[in-house]
Design a protein around this ligand. Structure first.
Ligand SMILES: N[C@H](CCC[C@H](N)C(=O)O)C(=O)O
Length: 276
């Protein structure tokens, strides 16, 4: 089975070309592929399958030829993967499987159609509108941090640090505690601290993330979208751009004057090989 390894700001994926949806993918096989010692290693799997050939995407086939079948590294499914869409699009174009149209390159996902606009260094993706909908808390040991629930197609809990607590001291080797009544399907938890002003954007924050189904990752695109939406709200802005620095790099979240939410960042293909 052929594979390609790629990443977006260090959020890395095993890409599996499967245009006709013939691979027998199971949670166990995905976890084995993502194992960083016994397998290829990755935060998740992106299966590249034609929308018409996948039961969860057939309804989107008229708008998007390709479906990004995203799996977390533990073999669980997720509705959406923001970094993954950029890497997926970079893969499609590098393998001459698709070319962007006038509006960009549409990709079907479990959270709906995302449209990517591609340039050499970075890709920007038209994302789902993040919905801030509840207050909740996360716990790490004896620390309790208030946060806000944000739906980006997948669930997020954005926790702004305060009282001198810094990102560097957080132990994210285990899932932070969360309220299952608010997040019955689990949640991606982001911790945020303010950062120094940066030219060209309206705000700048730093974050770390513990991802549902993958653990702490170097980056999370939908997490950055959730964090950017909260940062704009907290700044009293309805539109604007936020630079979000993650351990793996910088992503830019923009809410434009047309009401579109964009996530912009790099997408790199690292290697191609054969799974034995
Ligand atoms: N790394 C992904 C998020 C995966 C979300 C997944 N962990 C979930 O269960 O929702 C991103 O770039 O958006």
């Amino acid at each position: 089975m052929r594979f390609t390894k790629g990443h977006g700001t260090g959020n890395d994926f095993v890409i599996l070309p499967d245009p006709d949806g013939e691979l027998e993918l199971t949670a166990e096989r995905v976890a084995a592929l993502c194992d960083r010692h016994r397998g290829i290693g990755g935060d998740g799997v992106l299966r590249v399958v034609r929308s018409a050939k996948h039961p969860e995407a057939a309804g989107q086939a008229g708008e998007a030829e390709w479906f990004m079948d995203y799996w977390n590294s533990d073999g669980s499914f997720a509705e959406m993967c923001g970094n993954g869409v950029r890497v997926f699009v970079r893969y499609l174009m590098s393998n001459d499987l698709a070319t962007p149209g006038p509006a960009g390159l549409p990709v079907a996902t479990r959270a709906g159609i995302m449209v990517a606009q591609v340039n050499d260094g970075s890709i920007r993706v038209r994302m789902t509108t993040p919905r801030v909908y509840a207050g909740s808390t996360a716990t790490i040991g004896a620390l309790t941090v208030p946060g806000v629930a944000v739906d980006c197609g997948n669930p997020h809990l954005v926790c702004n640090l305060h009282d001198g607590v810094r990102l560097a001291v957080l132990d994210l080797t285990r899932p932070p505690g969360h309220d299952p009544a608010v997040f019955p399907g689990g949640v991606n938890v982001e911790f945020v601290e303010p950062a120094e002003p940066v030219d060209g954007v309206d705000g700048h924050v730093r974050m770390r993330v513990h991802e549902r189904g993958s653990g702490e990752t170097l980056s999370c695109g939908t997490g950055a979208l959730a964090v950017g939406a909260v940062a704009l709200r907290d700044a009293g802005l309805t539109t604007g751009s936020i630079a979000v620095d993650l351990p793996g790099g910088r992503l830019i979240v923009t809410h434009d004057d047309d009401g579109v939410w964009w996530l912009e960042g790099p997408a790199v293909l690292v290697a191609t090989g054969e799974v034995l």
